[in-house]
Write a protein that binds this ligand. Structure first.
Ligand code: SAH
Ligand code: AVI
Length: 331
């Protein structure tokens, strides 16, 4: 089936592949998640327009160290990564805002821009479109092909006919479970050819109080982000979740080396989800699990990469070892 073309002119094209799957996916996911004995909603449903804006706000919070730490790593590594990349596609999976990719385009320098095409892939159409249009203004000559899609489903819709650098930043890989991390790396590896690089950001293990503070910010932005998933379900499935009936809960699960985010009912509450023909009674203190954010050891990353048929070609990190950027190539 053909994608919907949202925008097209000589330097930019934005295609959406979501129409053909989004509705059936959200129905399937929410039905499974809210009927489970421990309720859950997959974290990809955070990211509508408001969710993307809230995530951008989180990135600037003093407690949320991952963004500024990864950017400090990119500041030093971008010139090395871009040095021998003159012609080809820069693919960014889960692109969000454009702060990080700008560091790479700056490092490439104006003379290389006309040989480069930037391909952001994101479920959030508004975030992708805004970020892409801004780049066109800042980088004359750069071409952009935006792909609004679920990267776990539509990876085959990303063109792979040119040499490419693929980025998966922000430790979004940490939002996958162990099996999905391996499956996803293998899927991406399947799109790579000799000479391509795949750069993956990993949030590393560190003192628990630092990690927990990053997901329990004083201003309550992470709490709003967490509750936004209920607003998305309300809109998409004609439901009547009342966000104020739930509290944000985020804690480090030591055994599983991950932050878990949940929404905990602060009273008995009934929720109608019209499109699913479902009336749910949620009792006080019952939780809906909304996100896992795994933290990594260097050995854990090595093991994952090896199992996925890839090699670590370069490893970039900050002084404290809080975040790492692994440059992967085909084994
Ligand atoms: N790469 C950016 C944004 C990380 S936030 C950074 O490093 O700051 C995660 C991003 O991935 C969001 O923009 C979200 O919309 C997108 N995303 C989450 N799940 C996705 C999925 N299944 N398919 C495509 N995009 C997804
Ligand atoms: C996108 N992802 C890597 C973020 C994280 O840290 O797991 C999402 C997030 N959740 C709460 N704060 C930020």
């Amino acid at each position: 089936m053909h994608p919907e073309v949202i925008k097209k002119d000589h330097r930019i094209e934005i295609r959406s592949h979501l129409d053909r799957t989004f509705r059936s996916e959200i129905i399937k996911d929410v039905t499974a998640g809210l009927n489970a004995s421990k309720k859950y909603i997959p974290s990809k449903y955070f990211y509508d327009e408001r969710g993307s804006q809230l995530f951008e706000e989180i990135c600037g919070l003093p407690e949320y160290y991952p963004t500024r730490t990864e950017m400090s790593i990119l500041k030093l590594s971008a010139p090395i990564i871009m040095k021998s990349f003159d012609n080809g596609d820069i693919v960014e999976l889960g692109s969000g805002a454009n702060w990080k990719i700008r560091m790479l385009l700056d490092a490439a320098g104006p003379s290389k821009l006309s040989g480069l095409r930037y391909i952001p892939v994101d479920v959030s159409e508004t975030a992708l479109t805004e970020a892409a249009e801004e780049l066109l203004k800042i980088y004359p000559g750069l071409k952009v092909l935006g792909i609004v899609a679920d990267f776990t489903i539509h990876l085959e819709d990303v063109p792979d006919d040119r040499r490419k650098l693929i980025f998966f930043l922000g430790s979004t890989i940490g939002n996958f479970d162990e099996q999905m991390r391996e499956t996803f790396l293998k899927l991406v590896a399947g799109t790579m050819t000799e000479g391509d690089s795949f750069l993956v950001g990993f949030d590393m293990l560190k003192p628990e109080r630092t990690i927990e503070a990053a997901y329990n910010d004083k201003r309550g932005i992470t709490s709003e982000f967490n509750k936004n998933i209920l607003r998305v379900i309300n809109r998409e499935l004609h439901a009547d979740f009342k966000p104020s009936h739930f509290d944000h809960v985020a804690f480090f699960n030591r055994d599983r080396e991950r932050i878990e985010m949940h929404l905990r009912a602060n009273r008995n509450t009934t929720v109608n989800i019209d499109d699913l023909n479902l009336a749910l009674n949620i009792v006080k203190d019952e939780t809906i699990h909304t996100e896992n954010s795994h933290k990594f050891s260097r050995d854990g990353v090595r093991h994952l990469v090896k199992k996925s048929g890839l090699d670590i070609r370069n490893w970039y990190s900050d002084d404290k070892g809080w975040f790492s950027l692994a440059e992967l190539s085909l084994a």
